[in-house]
Design a protein around this ligand. Structure first.
Ligand SMILES: [Zn+2]
Length: 340
């Protein structure tokens, strides 16, 4: 069973969460492997997607927000785009578009950041968007402040948290063919008991108009990198090795790292794989293509065959189905072909 554990360090302005995706992760890998059109992802791509999925769960669980958190990397190497999407209930899915060869030992820059133009976008897409409301999106490059290429997804996301939320964050991520896991440690902008409610005594924690949480108080900015409790706990977290994170159970990891700290634990949550694709959404996509294009595909292939990149589900529309799409326009807006 996949697990997410959240905790606070008692009396300290520090929170943490640890995720261990097992069935949720192997389910995604098995679906991809079973897809005869694509076959399995190259191992480095699978590892990147596993880390993105784990990070997506950690980030989603840290925000009070009813909608999807979408983590995307737009690359300029053989991996053109990689996506992990986590819903409010921690159901998740992930996929990648690979167009070139990925070496067995490829690292992040080899896959997505050849010419230093790769980007990572974090989108918060509200569940019930009111008309005209845009999703909140933050984008960070895959390089550091001096232009150096970042070798790990965790570094990219640590930069994002610091730049967009002014929060010191330590992330450790790892994935293999069985487990995708992550540990997040974050400094909170307030101390003591107030940290749960997010009430900020010092600078004011606000939500931006798009609904994204933000902690932009001066006192908080002054504290960046300077909180001794956070620094001690983050250093402990950073000592966790990839092997330990993948192989040890959650209780063992927490005991080994934080045996001298007092943790306040929250109820266990269970992330799972789920795809939000549907025949209706694919029909909307075909409608967005236009009748002429649809007829041309039907003339060439006899049917319109659309496979979901996330779960492998095939949707087939014959000439009768296609005619129905265009005579019964439905009421759904068109959806993007990449995220169905
Ligand atoms: Zn699907």
């Amino acid at each position: 069973m996949s697990e997410l554990h959240k905790f606070l360090f008692d009396g300290l302005p520090v929170r943490g969460s640890i995720v261990r995706l097992t069935d949720a992760w192997t389910d995604m890998l098995a679906r991809r492997q079973a897809n005869t059109a694509t076959g399995a992802w190259p191992p480095p791509v699978a590892e990147l997607l596993g880390e993105m999925a784990a990070a997506g769960v950690l980030m989603q669980s840290n925000i009070k927000f009813n909608g999807a958190l979408v983590l995307q990397i737009f690359g300029d190497g053989p991996v053109k785009v990689a996506v992990a999407e986590v819903q409010h209930d921690l159901s998740l899915r992930a996929t990648a578009k690979v167009v070139g060869d990925v070496g067995v030992n490829a690292r992040l820059p080899d896959m997505v950041n050849h010419t230093n133009k790769g980007r990572c976008a974090i989108t918060l897409d509200p569940k019930d968007r009111f008309p005209g409301q845009q999703p909140y999106q933050g984008v960070v490059p895959l390089h550091g402040e001096r232009g150096e290429k970042l070798g790990r997804l965790s570094e990219v996301l640590e930069h994002y948290m610091l730049q967009s939320e002014q929060l010191d964050t330590r992330l450790v991520l790892a994935a293999d063919s069985k487990v995708a896991a992550g540990l997040l440690i974050q400094r909170l902008p307030v101390t003591g008991e107030g940290n749960l409610a997010g009430a900020d005594q010092h600078g004011g924690s606000q939500r931006t108009k798009e609904g994204a949480p933000s902690f932009r108080g001066q006192a908080n900015e002054d504290a960046i990198g300077r909180n001794e409790d956070y620094n001690r706990i983050a250093t402990l977290a950073a000592s966790l090795t990839r092997e330990e994170l993948l192989e040890l159970d959650v209780e063992t990891v927490l005991r080994r790292l934080f045996w001298e700290e007092k943790l306040l634990r929250f109820d266990l949550q269970t992330p799972r794989f789920a795809c939000t694709c549907s025949r209706e959404r694919v029909a909307n996509m075909i409608r967005a293509l236009g009748q002429e294009e649809a007829q041309s595909i039907l003339a060439d292939h006899g049917e319109i065959d659309v496979g979901c990149d996330f779960c492998g589900q095939q949707y087939r529309f014959d000439a009768v189905d296609a005619t129905r799409i265009f005579t019964d326009p439905g009421d759904q807006p068109p959806v993007s072909p990449t995220v169905q």
